[in-house]
Ligand binder design. Structure first.
Ligand code: G6P
Length: 609
């Protein structure tokens, strides 16, 4: 999605802006631009395509300045064109914007009547004109911004510079993340801390409705009522190494290989505690989690599949009813809310608009208790939740989620055991057993990674296919869904997943020699059923690619290929079976030569509907 970076300093800030935009590239975008104050003129460069193209144009035109703003855009209102790219300018005011202004049409009518002309189809351009309009009415840039945001409905993070005010930048936030970075004699603003880590680690997260003024010497923040307010200064511990590729070819590959460490970090607190205290989810979690009668999970994309997996655990292990729903559906449905059901949102970014809105909707329906599972500290969804569990996957750059997913599963398993204990389903011996299984998880995952060469060989066969089916049952059905999603996201091969028992009700009609069928077939209570479903495929000439356990008793034969994970991992088996499907998608995409980390049309963080 869109990204913002801005800087005010005594040095040339253009390299800071460009570097920041490159750090934001992973979030998905289609065009980029910067605007700087050069003498008493605003200069701007914008390009569609990669940041590198815009960087080249800025270099050719000799951009250098001590005050500037930059933006990566992911088109919502108006196509991917240079004139729709940010920054937008109105008579010496330049701004960048993340989010969506819902009343932009009314504001556009009003501004047209006042004689303003528009050069883009964006909702953003109205903000630039409104700020100029309020500047004309008297007052400075900050006052004009504060007046403007009171006339906007919708979501925004804004960074604004003005020709008349070379000593400052003003910013505002509502519904979209924005943070200020504090340097020595220089200050920064960004939508994501990764954009400014090169310059500073001292950050201040702005709150909803805040506006702020950044000068070289300092930062002043104002609450929604324009009264001065203090916001806490924190030290970001996001590691620069997590933002670098290192020896890997793609971030996705790196992140797949980081899973043993990411899982170990995510379960560390439980291991240290020697069990599953409710405090893993916050100081007040015990009372809240004991009081609930069921769980409603809300999420999108890969996070939704983590939720689907958790449903099997929560119902079977904790004995609580659990529903899982795609956030964008839930938020527009007249749902029958049970206020004693815990709302669990799952979001690696913590920013996904549909998930955020679903959470607000659930609260409006009367749900009293909310819990967020998230990978990004201080992001919007955990901040709006009563209880929080942060996964510790580290920054995930590849658009296709990998380590965020498996760490979500680890967090959800811990939630399951906490709930099971509080609801009398798990005694001390069983708790110790689950802890032992969790303790072995990072090591087992490492073993699965060793299967990579075998999976590469499969990927070469997949690369020439146009379609693929993924089958799983029970706990592993969501992993089949995740495998199909990964494959289609990054290799652009059409892939669908079905519960294996559903094959005969439709998808079997698609099976022929050209249809590879991936089967997740661990040695669990459904294995014999899965084997029967595989026979249905073989009988129609379909080629089977089976991920089994060492003890599943499968042997490869004509049209049946088998890769065995080291051992059956009990209830945690879905985590282990995720890695092979991630690797299959990755190597298939590699063989097809797609842009693995930035698949076409997709974004890492989806802050629009
Ligand atoms: C986008 C990403 C997916 C992610 C989904 C939900 O589609 O490309 O990888 O699963 O958003 O994102 P969230 O941050 O809420 O987990």
């Amino acid at each position: 999605m869109c990204g913002i970076v801005g800087a005010i300093a005594d040095r040339d800030v253009v390299p800071v802006l460009i570097e920041g935009l490159k750090r934001l590239e992973y979030r998905g975008y289609d065009s980029s631009g910067i605007a700087v104050l050069d003498g008493d003129a605003i200069r701007r460069v914008r390009r569609t395509g990669r940041v590198a193209e815009m960087e080249g144009a800025a270099a050719t035109e000799g951009f250098a300045a001590t005050l500037g703003i930059g933006h990566t855009r992911w088109a919502t209102h108006g196509g991917v064109t240079e004139s729709n790219a940010h920054p937008h300018v109105s008579h010496g005011v330049a701004l960048v914007h993340n989010g969506i202004i819902e009343n932009h049409e009314q504001q556009r009518e009003r501004l047209l009547a006042l004689g303003y002309e528009f050069e883009s189809q964006t909702d953003t351009e109205v903000i630039a004109h409104l700020i100029h309009y309020h500047l004309q009415g008297g007052g400075d840039l900050l006052t004009a911004l504060q007046r403007t945001v009171k006339e906007l409905t919708g979501a925004y993070a804004l960074a604004v510079i003005g020709r008349s005010e070379p000593q400052r930048m003003v910013v505002a936030r509502m519904g979209c993340p924005l943070l200020v970075g504090l340097g020595e004699g220089e200050n920064f603003v960004a939508s994501d801390v990764s954009a400014i880590l090169q310059a500073t680690r001292r950050v201040m997260f702005l709150e909803e409705g805040d506006t702020a003024e950044l000068t070289r010497a300092g930062v002043r923040v104002f609450a929604a009522d324009d009264a001065p307010v203090e916001r806490e200064v924190r030290f970001s511990d996001v590691s620069l190494a997590s933002l670098e590729l290192g020896p890997y070819r793609h971030f996705m590959q790196k992140e797949i290989h980081e899973q043993p460490r990411a899982l170990a970090d995510t379960i560390e607190a439980a291991i240290d505690a020697g069990g599953f205290p409710a405090a893993l989810f916050g100081a007040d979690a015990g009372a809240v989690l004991k009081d609930i009668e069921g769980v409603q999970i809300l999420a999108c994309g890969t996070s939704y599949y983590a939720g689907l997996t958790a449903r099997y655990w929560i119902e079977a292990i904790a004995g609580l009813p659990c529903s899982v729903e795609i956030a964008s559906e839930y938020r527009y449905r007249a749902a029958c809310a049970n206020p004693r059901h815990l709302i669990v949102t799952i979001s690696q970014s913590g920013e996904t608009l549909d998930t955020m809105e679903a959470l607000k909707y659930a609260k409006a329906l009367g749900h009293a208790h909310t819990l967020s599972i998230c990978n990004v500290p201080e992001s919007a969804i955990p901040r709006a939740s009563e209880l929080v569990c942060y996964t510790r996957a580290g920054a995930e750059i590849g658009v296709a989620s990998t380590k965020a997913f498996t760490t979500q599963l680890a967090a959800l398993f811990q939630l399951t055991v906490v709930l099971g204990k509080l609801h009398g389903r798990i005694d001390a011996a069983l708790e110790a057993d689950y802890l032992e299984q969790l303790r072995h998880l990072p090591g087992s995952v490492q073993h699965v990674l060793n299967l990579e060469p075998q999976i590469v060989a499969w990927a070469e066969r997949f690369a020439g296919k146009s379609n693929a089916l993924f089958l799983g049952r029970g706990l592993h059905y969501p992993i089949a869904l995740e495998g199909a999603l990964k494959l289609k996201e990054i290799s652009y091969i059409h892939a669908e997943a079905y519960p294996a028992g559903e094959l005969k009700h439709g998808p079997l009609a698609l099976v022929d020699a050209e249809m590879p069928v991936v089967v997740i077939a661990p040695n669990d209570s459904l294995l014999e059923k899965v084997k029967s479903n595989m026979q249905e495929v073989r009988a129609r000439g379909g080629e089977l690619f089976v991920f089994a356990d060492q003890d599943s008793n499968f042997s490869a034969s004509d049209g049946v290929h088998v890769i065995r994970t080291p051992r059956h991992a009990g209830v945690l088996s879905p985590v282990l079976h995720t890695l092979p499907v991630q690797l299959l998608a990755y190597h298939t995409a590699l063989a097809r030569g797609t842009d693995v980390d930035k698949p076409r049309n997709l974004a890492k963080s989806v802050t629009v509907e």
